[in-house]
Design a protein around this ligand. Structure first.
Ligand code: FAD
Length: 286
């Protein structure tokens, strides 16, 4: 199938892109890496009248430390995330997750901003951003605003971005001493979208869990924070009993729909398997 007819324009600055979005209110879509949008257009799941290509805006391609955060521009590709020393040093959970994003050819072109704007519930970055308490930086006709990640994902492929706003960057808090991280997912073939995935960030003092953030992917309409399992770990020594209690709590946190890959019970089982693996790995490493 081919995409429906559309017009195309290139924006050379953030301001120009926002002006074009306002001008074509509701009928235009941003084109970043095109790795999701072009497929959706070819399947006629998306039929924008106008494509605004932002891929030439260099100001959206940098990774910088700003205060206590690592700021990653919207057009930074998955490959650039994968090969960034700043990412591996300051946001190790993201560095662990990115090899799971698609395949090399897609990683060379697809962008972090595109992934976070699309908000696919099976994507890796949304869960990592939720686990780490990231901040989305959006820019519209009235200027920039910052959106806490807890308010950003609003349902299936729904975010707090307004139709005339561009996602310009995402900011991750810098990893601190005492924090440990683990990302893993289960998929039928490497590079496929996950059946279930887990982004895990713990703050430990010795073996005691001072804080736990567990964000799952592919078990809901967006990334899901497993608050009951997090509470089960809080203040506990990271031993077999605490791990089992957290695994049990997942049935209160997760109510996944079945899909072509797994039914709901299997997804909860896989979520428990991933949590057990993550916590045992972090316990052995601490
Ligand atoms: P585009 O496709 O250009 O855009 C996606 C959507 O976001 C569009 O609606 C667009 O209008 C909007 N958008 C893009 N940038 C912005 C912005 N800055 N501000 C506002 N809106 C914006 N992803 C995974 O996470 N995990 C996987 O395992 C995975 N596997 C894949 C396998 C295949 C075969 C393919 C084709 C894709 C896969 N992807 C996967 C998707 C891939 O990661 C995409 O790169 C990503 O989802 C979108 O990035 P993009 O830059 O290509 O965005």
């Amino acid at each position: 199938m081919k995409a429906a007819a559309f017009d195309y324009t290139r924006a050379t600055s953030v301001e120009a892109a926002i002006a074009l979005l306002s001008q074509h209110a509701g009928s235009a879509q941003i084109l970043a890496g095109g790795q999701s949008l072009m497929a959706m257009m070819n399947l006629r799941l998306a039929q924008p009248e106008m494509l605004i290509d932002i891929s030439g805006i260099d100001s959206l391609k940098s990774i910088t430390v700003e205060g206590q955060a690592l700021r990653i521009g919207a057009l930074v590709t998955h490959h650039a995330v994968l090969t960034s020393d700043l990412v591996s040093r300051h946001v190790p959970l993201l560095a662990q997750a990115v090899p799971h994003v698609a395949h090399l050819a897609i990683r060379n072109v697809g962008t972090i901003g595109g992934s976070l704007a699309l908000a696919d519930p099976a994507a890796e970055y949304p869960a990592v951003a939720l686990a780490l308490g990231a901040t989305i930086v959006a820019q519209g006709p009235k200027g920039q605003r910052r959106i806490a990640i807890g308010e950003y994902f609003q349902g299936l492929y729904q975010t707090a971005l307004q139709p005339d706003e561009l996602l310009v960057a995402v900011e991750f808090p810098l990893a601190q001493a005492g924090q440990v991280f683990h990302f893993d997912e289960l998929s039928r073939r490497r590079g496929d979208y996950a059946m279930v995935g887990l982004a895990c960030a713990l703050r430990l003092q010795g073996q005691q869990v001072q804080d736990a953030r567990l964000a799952y992917l592919a078990v809901g309409d967006g990334p899901v924070l497993a608050t009951q399992a997090m509470a089960a770990l809080q203040g506990k020594s990271l031993d077999a009993a605490a791990i089992q209690a957290a695994q049990q709590a997942l049935s209160r946190d997760l109510s996944p729909n079945g899909d072509l890959q797994a039914d709901p019970a299997t997804k909860i089982h896989l979520a428990r398997v991933l949590l057990g693996r993550a916590l045992n790995a972090l316990r052995s490493a601490s």
